[in-house]
Design a protein around this ligand. Sequence first.
Ligand SMILES: Cc1cc2nc3c(=O)[nH]c(=O)nc-3n(C[C@H](O)[C@H](O)[C@H](O)COP(=O)(O)OP(=O)(O)OC[C@H]3O[C@@H](n4cnc5c(N)ncnc54)[C@H](O)[C@@H]3O)c2cc1C
Length: 400
Amino acid sequence: MPSKSDPILIIGGGLGGLTTALALAQRGRASRVFEGAPEFGAIGYGIQFGPNVFHVLDRIGVTGAVMAKADCPPAVLMRDALTGDELARIPTGASFRARFGHPYLIVHRIDLHNALLDACRRVPAIELVPDAMVTGFEQGADGIAVGTADGRSFTGPALVAADGIRSLVRAQLIDDGEPRPVGYVAHRTIVPMSALKADVHRHEVVLWGGPGFHIVHYPLRHGTLFNIVAVFRTATHGERGDVESYRAELQHTYRDAHPAMHELLAMMDLDRRWQVGDRDPVRHWSKGRVVLLGDAAHPPLQSLAQGACMAIEDGLCLAELIHATHGDYAAAFRRFEAARILRTSRVQLESRALWDFYHAEGIARDVRNEAVAAWDEDHMARCLAWLYDGFRIPVGPAGG
Ligand SMILES: Cc1cc2nc3c(=O)[nH]c(=O)nc-3n(C[C@H](O)[C@H](O)[C@H](O)COP(=O)(O)OP(=O)(O)OC[C@H]3O[C@@H](n4cnc5c(N)ncnc54)[C@H](O)[C@@H]3O)c2cc1C
């Protein structure tokens, strides 16, 4: 049976799994991270982070590496997708940094992932196991055994499942079926900034909200790349089509959109489509020596741009609690749920509310636009404070 010093098993080499491994290593705990893909790596699109992510990046020692590749936009804007009017502006420059202590961040996922991976590779206590698709686990009185698709098996004192929104471990632990589709799909594209001809903001994060559709765009890699995400409602959200059928859907859905959006859509790579979905919050996501983390536990819609942030916060919180409970994993995991449930559930629920807000139609859109016109910087900072001020790590460095 595994002893306390044996590596903790982590399924999933995404942002949540790697953060957990690094945070555990800082507390002297070894881990073994299984990734189902042939190599550890990220899908190659942009990602945004609120200032709350820095509370974790600082603690696991990767802020410098991330900031070398990332950018801090001067503002986050919302525009009306039909008229192009600017509805809301959150300045994310000096006043934002002064208020939240950290900047807003935009970064290529690959760059962030590599910063975490490089840090993991420098730590002997972290074993990265690529090409290891976990197919099941068994929990005994003293430990956990997991099996992989190619017939290998591993044991450890505890299992952290950071295996994403379609988590295999969640299916075994909670068994609440597939994620909840919201009837929308997403297409993502990165183009060279030099190819961008549309008259759009090039430095800011911009969300164009329209009836049943939106577009988000922002620059990456110090202004050399431009990231575009197009999201819209379609009856075919659960089906696989081809580029031509996707193109026809886009043209129909965005027919009334502002001309600049059409120029952005013309640049979209339509090879790949993501079905958008989330899950309802649940009170418990652990059992004995097994715990879910990140999207496996509480996947939100992407409207607050906080899913990865929550996975990263989870990683540090969990590692601190494992450290504090001296190997009583069941106790650590219960405390982890208690520490995280309100914050992560609020992200899930507010993301749903924001989803409707972005996509408002008819009178609801008029009401939204009128209400937002009265919001000033101070109001928006107060609305976001619960999120951007970060979370209280239940046990600090001196508490364990
Ligand atoms: C269009 C879009 C835009 C988004 N934008 C943002 C944003 O701007 N900011 C933000 O904070 N969040 C954003 N998110 C959400 C964010 O992508 C997720 O919340 C985040 O990736 C969750 O991280 P994770 O580590 O929990 O899971 P994942 O990133 O899903 O990682 C899971 C890992 O586990 C591996 N895996 C799965 N099953 C197994 C198995 N059985 N065995 C071994 N390995 C396995 C997978 O290959 C993967 O590497 C966005 C999401 C979408 C769809």
